[in-house]
Design a protein around this ligand. Structure first.
Ligand code: SDX
Length: 432
């Protein structure tokens, strides 16, 4: 970040604050307000941090107006087309795409951490069989903090690296076992002869009793879906991980906090909500009625998979996801998928409807992802789990960047207090 040399001056009741304007490499400048309380005696107010830069980062850049998404400068479309998820993981964590030797070493390290401590199997037995897999994921990832005492000294670079590798490697195993547990099926162990996406599909769908052959087209699609979900600047779950990590908390506990935040239907839970919405709409004939409900504020109904706090244009990931949808369905020989037809018709109507256009509501990453995942046999309840597997790479990269930032300190927002002025404690007969 550089001082632009520009200064914004704010005056209030005879006091003046000179706020330095800081410039990044891309995107809008920022006003450095760190001295505003000292200069003017006021805080700034931005519930939900929609207009607030909470940190400096080099990992991901989004231009919401132009629908641009870059990871360390590389456009998401090029990464989705040409990279593997492991290459993207190396890029997000370390800042550069790996050389072939670096990639081989990275993949080999990940493969050496895919197994779980056998004691962790006991955790699964503590859950009800009908538990939501996100509940199991959140609980079990948090429990990893009880299993690793070495490698959690976050002031040590090698420890940070070890925790990152363990999390990236073990999330697919925990995710797949969460699914198997809810199905009452035997756990399938990781296979290090398979790549990351193939291994996840194997642990999800193989059975110990018979050989399992991964469909290479589905594995490639899965790898691309992981890339599309890997990181996304300072979204709610990433900000949760950063805030938890800023206290010096255990990295496994911080990622569990991110999983909890991602689960919400306004965030990563939207892919599951899109499928529920399409099922409720049922047929194209019902789309006009549904759209009217969405426009009726009192209905509380939203067009799930549409809208975004940052993108006021198409989410570039949604376009790639739609293309991948067609590839997967044709590979599976699914000619007319009613859900996809319904989604395409819904999108066609919505993007030309004044209500959505005026509010810049376009399909986001979640609108098509659920249709692909369902076609691949992934149950709806596992959609956000898959999102969490992919986003763990982004979360741990952002966590690492935050911990390694010179002068890093605990995050501590302030507030506008609108509660009761000071008052004295009343006895019982003075109350009521
Ligand atoms: C993800 O931040 C990230 O980067 C997230 C993410 C990532 O990779 O980490 O991209 C992943 O979370 C994608 C978003 C998935 N969520 C959904 O698809 C749920 C449906 N979308 C919305 O709930 C909503 O669009 C949000 C939560 C995504 C964004 O909400 P904002 O920015 O707070 O927008 P808002 O609620 O202030 O809405 C502005 C207006 C309102 O109408 P008015 O009050 O101006 O009349 O748009 C309306 C909203 O009612 N609106 C919608 C809508 N989203 C916003 N109306 C109908 N359907 C919708 N989906």
């Amino acid at each position: 970040m550089t001082e632009s040399g520009k200064v914004a001056t704010v005056s209030l009741e005879g006091k003046t604050a000179s706020l330095p304007v800081l410039s990044g490499v891309l995107g809008p400048d920022v006003l450095d307000i760190r001295k505003i309380a000292a200069d003017l005696g006021v805080f700034t107010f931005d519930p939900g941090y929609g207009e607030t830069a909470s940190c400096e980062s080099k990992i991901t850049f989004i231009d919401g107006g132009k629908g641009v998404l870059l990871h360390r400068g590389y456009p998401i479309s090029q990464l989705a087309e040409q990279a593997t998820f492991m290459e993207v993981a190396h890029l997000l964590l370390n800042g550069e795409l790996p050389t072939r030797a670096q990639n081989d070493a990275f993949v080999s390290t990940i493969k050496s951490h895919t197994l779980l401590h056998e004691q962790i199997r006991n955790f699964f037995n503590g859950f009800r069989r009908d538990a939501h897999p996100m509940a199991i994921l959140c609980g079990t990832v948090g429990a990893l903090s009880a299993f690793y005492h070495e490698g959690t000294d976050i002031s040590n670079a090698a420890s940070r690296e070890l925790s990152a590798m363990r999390l990236i490697a073990k999330l697919p195993t925990i995710a797949a076992w969460a699914y198997k547990y809810t199905q009452g099926e035997a756990f399938v162990y990781p296979r290090n002869d398979l790549n990351y996406a193939e291994n996840f599909l194997s642990m999800m769908f193989a059975h110990p009793s018979e050989p399992y052959v991964v469909n290479p087209v589905l594995a490639r699609a899965m790898d691309r879906i992981l890339i599309l979900h890997a990181d996304h600047e300072q979204n709610a779950s990433t900000s949760t991980v950063r805030l938890a990590g800023s206290t010096g908390a255990n990295p496994f506990a911080c990622i569990a906090a991110g999983i909890a935040a991602l689960w919400g239907p306004a965030h990563g839970g939207a892919n599951e909500a899109v499928l529920k919405m399409l099922a409720e709409i049922g047929s194209k004939d019902n789309i006009p009625d549904f759209i009217s409900k969405v426009k009726d504020k009192n209905s509380g109904v939203r067009l799930m998979g549409f809208g975004h706090r940052v993108y006021k244009n198409f989410d570039p990931r949604a376009k790639i996801m739609q293309a991948t949808c067609h590839e997967v369905l044709s590979e599976l020989g699914i000619k007319d998928d009613p859900l996809l037809d319904l989604a395409i018709e819904l999108e066609k109507i919505a993007i030309h409807d004044e209500y959505f256009v005026k509010r810049s509501l376009y399909p986001n990453v979640d609108f098509y992802s659920g249709i692909i995942l369902k076609a691949m046999g992934i149950p709806t309840s596992m959609f956000t789990v898959l999102f969490a597997v992919a986003r763990t790479v982004g979360w741990i990269s952002q966590w690492k960047e935050m911990i390694e930032e010179p002068g890093q300190r605990i995050g501590r927002p302030r507030q506008l207090y609108t509660g009761s002025p000071q008052r004295d404690f009343p006895s019982y007969d003075q109350r009521g």
